[in-house]
Design a protein. Sequence first.
Length: 97
Amino acid sequence: MAPPRSDHDSLYAFGVLLSIAAVFTDGYVQPDEWFQSAEIGARDALGATIWTPWEWGGGADAIEGDARAPPCRSASFPAVAAHAPLYLLRLFWGSGA
């Protein structure tokens, strides 16, 4: 007869499934992505002039926000973390915010 299952078994099974799912996702949020998302959001939502980091398509001399290559980072995180609040800011206070 098998021993009764405990909460530890369920927790372990959940951890294994979460680990397997993590293998097939895009990854985790990089720390500098938190800071760069505000810059990219301000460029896109408010029209700010920024130096575009290379992860977002800029080059070593990419001044005035001229992205020259496709970004290697996903736009999904900045869209939630920075773009949405900045678009709301622009909506309520105009583009001069």
